[in-house]
Design a protein around this ligand. Structure first.
Ligand code: BT5
Length: 245
């Protein structure tokens, strides 16, 4: 049976869910924390996790080891939030959910992090960590982070029930893995990702280096950019849309 653990505070739901996945927790098992002291993003980045947000990690198995999984989860979460709350979000490769306002300003609502895990029984699992800002972040955080982020309640204008949101997000992650495991797999998922992709046609940098115009997402999950030297694929890195100021 899928587990559900809810903590008032935890270092990181990802750490706990990775532990559960190692021990063989079932698909859809979820760890939720009302706040995190060491919430993490990709690499050594932090995820600010004050009370009021949604912080959860879902065990997904069997895992597919696919680079499309974070994108597929992002697309499913975007669709789930659109249906439930009527918000329109864009997906920034490879793992950000952004709200874009009428002036074209983008702000980050949520982030997705996927870790691969080998369970003690030898089976491969994935752990999807998802953080969603629900209430406005506290003003003592860095100004750049405040300016670049947005909360769900700011978009809806009404209070959001955390348990309902948890169900929407967890189900979205489980659906994403299933969709990729189906026969058409990424061939059916990637077109949906493309439909939500942020920054198409704009200049992008990868790890601070200008790499050209954002063109597309390939079926293997790589980002395709075009520059004077031709078309190239980016498999990992910190991609920014627009030249750095
Ligand atoms: C992500 O990483 O966007 C993935 C975040 C995943 C967080 C969840 S919460 C539940 C689970 N448990 C964990 O410990 N983690 C997962 P990345 O693309 O590396 O983005 C990190 C960057 O986003 C930071 O360097 C900041 O610039 C920015 N950031 C940090 N906290 C933020 C927040 N609350 N809202 C918006 N942006 C934030």
């Amino acid at each position: 049976m899928a587990l559900r653990e809810v903590y008032p505070e935890l270092r990181s739901t990802q750490e706990r869910a990775v532990e559960l996945a190692r021990c063989g927790a079932e698909d859809g098992s979820v760890v939720v924390a009302r706040q995190q002291s060491h919430g993490r993003g990709r690499g050594d980045r932090r995820w600010e996790s004050p009370p009021g947000g949604l912080y959860l990690s879902v065990v997904l198995r069997p895992a597919l080891g696919s680079a499309v999984l974070p994108l597929a989860i992002g697309a499913e979460v975007a669709d789930g939030l659109a249906l439930e709350y009527g918000v329109r979000l864009r997906l920034k490769w490879p793992n950000d959910l952004l709200a874009v306002d009428a002036a074209g300003r983008s702000r980050k609502l949520a982030g997705v992090l996927v870790d691969g895990v080998r369970a003690v029984d030898g089976a491969e699992a994935a752990v999807a960590g998802i953080g969603v800002n629900v209430r406005r972040l506290e003003p003592d955080l860095p100004a750049e982070l405040l300016a670049g982020s947005v909360a769900l309640e700011e978009l809806t204008g009404t209070p959001v029930d955390l348990e309902r949101l948890e169900a929407v997000v967890t189900q979205a992650a489980v659906r994403a893995r299933k969709a990729l495991a189906e026969e058409r797999g990424s061939r059916s998922v990637v077109p949906r990702v493309r439909g939500l992709l942020y920054g198409v046609g704009e200049e992008v940098t990868a790890d601070g280096v200008p790499v050209g115009t954002l063109l597309d997402v390939r079926e293997d999950g790589a980002l395709e950019v075009g520059g004077p030297g031709g078309i190239r694929a980016i498999f990992a890195g910190d991609v920014r849309v627009g030249f750095p100021r």
